[in-house]
Design a protein. Structure first.
Lengths: 257, 272
C-alpha cells in the first residue's frame, strides 16, 4: 500500500524469544522485533525450521513467548482471540458444519443475532463466489474452496489482523496460483492487516507490501524487503523484470544464490 | 453411495435371516420323529421333550403365549428395563467420557476405574448389586446401566480425544466460549464415536437384562420366561423367547444405525 500518511501500528512485536520446553530447550526465536501497520500485507519467508509457525502461534496467543511481548491494537496478547484471525496450514474448517455454519461460527461466539449472522455469511459467500454451497458440507468442496471458506470464516468477525500460516501449502501449483490471485482480489476489496508465512517466495512478492526474511534457527529478522509493485497485481506481473529482481534479492537473503 | 447401499444391506440381511429360518424349518421337519424325546436332567428323566420344535408347534406356543399376554407383557417390561438402563448408563457414561476427554487431569484419575470395570462382567457384580440395591428394579436397571456407562464412556472419551488439534485451535481463535465449544465442536465431532459405542452398549444391555431378570424372578419378563422354560423344560417357549429378544436386538440396532448414519453425514468417505 503506497497510499497515505504514517499509519497506525496494528501489531507490535517487541524482542520476542521462544525456547521449546523440555530437556533440550531448543531456541526457536531469538529477539524478534517487528511492526505491522494498519492494512499492511506482510509476508514472512525463511528456511525450514526457522520458527515461522512458532512466531505466528505466539502472535495468535497459542504459545507464550519465553521473553518479550506482543501487542495487538496496543493490548498485550495473552490468549487466542477473535481480534487475530488465524488461517491454518491444514484444513481447518469444521467438517461437521455446513459452509454457512462455518462462516457463522465466529459470529455465534460473539453473540451476533441470527439474521445479522446470515446476512454476513451470505455476503462472504458471494465474495468468495460460492453461491449455492451454503448448505454444503466441506466434504463436497475442493481443497482450494475449503481454504477460501476458512479465510472468509476468519473475515466474518472482522479481526484486527489476519494471520496466515502457509495457507496454500498443501495445494497443487495451479490451484495455489489461482488462490493467491483470489486472495489478492479479496484483500483489495476488504483491506486488512495481514501477516502471511509462506515458503513460496513468489507468493510473498505477489501479495505483500513488505517481505520479511527470517534467519535459520533461532529465527531472527534477517532482512526486510519492501515490495513497490503497483496494485492490483496479476499473475502476469510475475514475469516482469522488477519481480525477478525482488526474487533474486530475497533468494540471496535466503542464501539460495 | 450411501442411499444405494442401504436397500442392498436390508435386502441381503433379509435373505440371510429368511435363509436361516428356512434351514431351521427343514432341520425341525427332518428331526421330528428322529430326535430323542427323552432328556436326562439330573436326577430326573424327562419325557416328551421336543428338542427342535417344528414351526407348527412354535406357532401353537406363540399363540398361547400371546393369548395369555405373557409375551407382550414380557417384551414391554424387559424393553422398559433396557431403555431405562440405557438412558441412565449413557447419560453418566457420555458425560464422564466427554469430561475425561476434555480435562487432561481427569483422564488419569478415571482410567483405572475404566480398565477395572471394562473387564468385570455384569454377572460378577450381580451379588453385590442385590445386597446394595435389594431385589427390586434398582439392581436390574443398575446392572444394565453400569455396563452401558462403561462402554459409552470409552466411546465419548475416544470421540473427544480424536478431535484434531486444529479444530480446538480454530474454535479458540474464533473466540468460542465454553458453551459453544461443547455444543458445536465437542458434541458433533464426538457423536459418531458415541453412537458407535452406543450400538455396542445396546447389545450388551439386552444380554445383561436376561441375566438381571433372574434376580428375584417375577413374571412379566423375557429373562425369567427363558429361565422358566429351561427348567420345565419347554423348548418351544425357549425358542419364542429367544426370537423375541433377537428381534428386539435387531430393531434397536437398526435404529442406532440410522442415528449413526445421520451423525456421520458430514464424514468424508474414501472413493466417493
Amino acid at each position: 500500500m503506497s497510499k497515505s500518511q504514517p499509519r497506525k501500528v496494528r501489531l507490535h512485536v517487541e524482542d520476542v524469544s521462544y525456547s521449546y520446553p523440555g530437556g533440550t530447550r531448543t531456541r526457536a526465536l531469538d529477539g524478534l522485533t517487528l511492526d505491522v501497520h494498519d492494512n499492511e500485507f506482510l509476508a514472512i519467508v525463511g528456511p525450514v525450521g526457522c520458527g515461522k509457525t512458532t512466531f505466528l502461534r505466539i502472535v495468535a496467543g497459542f504459545l507464550e513467548p519465553t521473553r518479550g511481548a506482543v501487542l495487538c491494537d496496543d493490548a498485550a496478547v495473552r490468549a487466542p482471540g477473535a481480534d487475530r484471525g488465524y488461517v491454518f496450514q491444514e484444513e481447518a474448517i469444521f467438517p461437521w458444519m455446513t459452509v454457512q455454519d462455518n462462516l457463522e461460527f465466529g459470529l455465534r461466539a460473539k453473540g451476533v443475532a441470527r439474521a445479522e449472522r446470515a446476512a454476513i455469511a451470505m455476503e462472504l459467500i458471494r465474495l468468495i463466489g460460492l453461491q449455492g454451497y451454503e448448505r454444503a458440507y466441506p466434504r463436497d468442496l475442493s481443497a482450494g474452496m475449503s481454504k477460501m471458506v476458512e479465510v472468509a470464516r476468519v473475515l466474518a468477525t472482522d479481526p484486527s489482523i489476519l494471520i496466515m500460516d502457509e495457507p496454500f501449502g498443501s495445494l497443487d501449483a495451479q490451484t495455489r496460483a489461482q488462490m493467491q490471485d483470489e486472495l489478492h482480489r479479496l484483500w483489495e476489496k476488504r483491506l486488512k492487516t495481514v501477516v502471511l508465512v509462506t515458503h513460496d517466495v513468489e507468493e510473498a512478492i505477489h501479495l505483500a507490501d513488505r517481505v520479511v526474511v527470517f534467519s535459520p534457527r533461532p529465527g531472527r529478522v534477517k532482512a526486510v524487503v519492501p515490495v513497490h509493485l503497483p496494485r492490483p497485481r496479476s499473475l502476469e506481473m510475475r514475469l516482469s523484470p522488477e519481480f525477478s529482481a525482488l526474487k533474486r534479492r530475497i533468494w540471496a537473503e535466503l542464501g539460495l544464490t | 453411495m450411501v442411499t444405494e447401499r442401504r436397500p442392498a444391506r436390508l435386502r441381503h440381511g433379509l435373505v440371510g435371516l429368511l435363509g436361516l429360518a428356512a434351514l431351521y424349518g427343514l432341520a425341525a421337519q427332518i428331526g421330528s420323529g428322529r430326535l430323542p424325546t427323552t432328556v436326562y436332567l439330573a436326577p430326573h428323566e424327562i419325557e416328551g421333550v421336543e428338542l427342535l420344535p417344528t414351526y407348527s408347534s412354535l406357532a401353537e406356543e406363540a399363540t398361547f403365549l400371546v393369548q395369555a399376554g405373557i409375551l407382550q407383557s414380557g417384551v414391554a417390561v424387559s424393553t422398559l428395563r433396557v431403555l431405562i438402563g440405557l438412558l441412565l448408563g449413557s447419560m453418566v457414561g457420555i458425560a464422564l467420557g466427554l469430561a475425561m476427554g476434555w480435562a487432561a487431569g481427569l483422564e488419569y484419575v478415571l482410567e483405572p476405574w475404566v480398565v477395572l470395570l471394562r473387564f468385570t462382567p455384569a454377572l460378577a457384580l450381580l451379588p453385590l448389586y442385590v445386597l446394595w440395591f435389594g431385589l427390586g428394579e434398582m439392581s436390574k436397571v443398575g446392572l444394565i446401566a453400569t455396563g452401558v456407562a462403561v462402554v459409552t464412556l470409552q466411546g465419548a472419551y475416544q470421540g473427544v480425544r480424536g478431535i484434531p488439534r486444529v479444530y480446538w485451535d480454530s474454535a479458540a481463535s474464533l473466540g468460542a466460549p465454553r458453551r459453544l465449544l461443547v455444543r458445536r465442536i465437542i458434541l458433533p465431532a464426538a457423536l459418531p464415536q458415541i453412537l458407535a459405542s452406543l450400538r455396542i452398549a445396546i447389545g450388551l444391555a439386552w444380554v445383561t437384562v436376561v441375566v438381571a431378570e433372574l434376580i428375584k424372578p417375577t413374571m412379566p419378563s423375557l429373562g425369567y420366561l427363558l429361565a422358566l422354560a429351561g427348567a420345565y423344560p419347554r423348548v418351544p417357549t425357549i425358542m419364542i423367547a429367544l426370537a423375541a429378544i433377537g428381534l428386539l436386538v435387531l430393531i434397536s440396532d437398526g435404529l442406532t444405525l440410522v442415528a449413526y448414519r445421520w451423525a456421520t453425514r458430514w464424514v468424508r468417505r474414501r472413493h466417493e
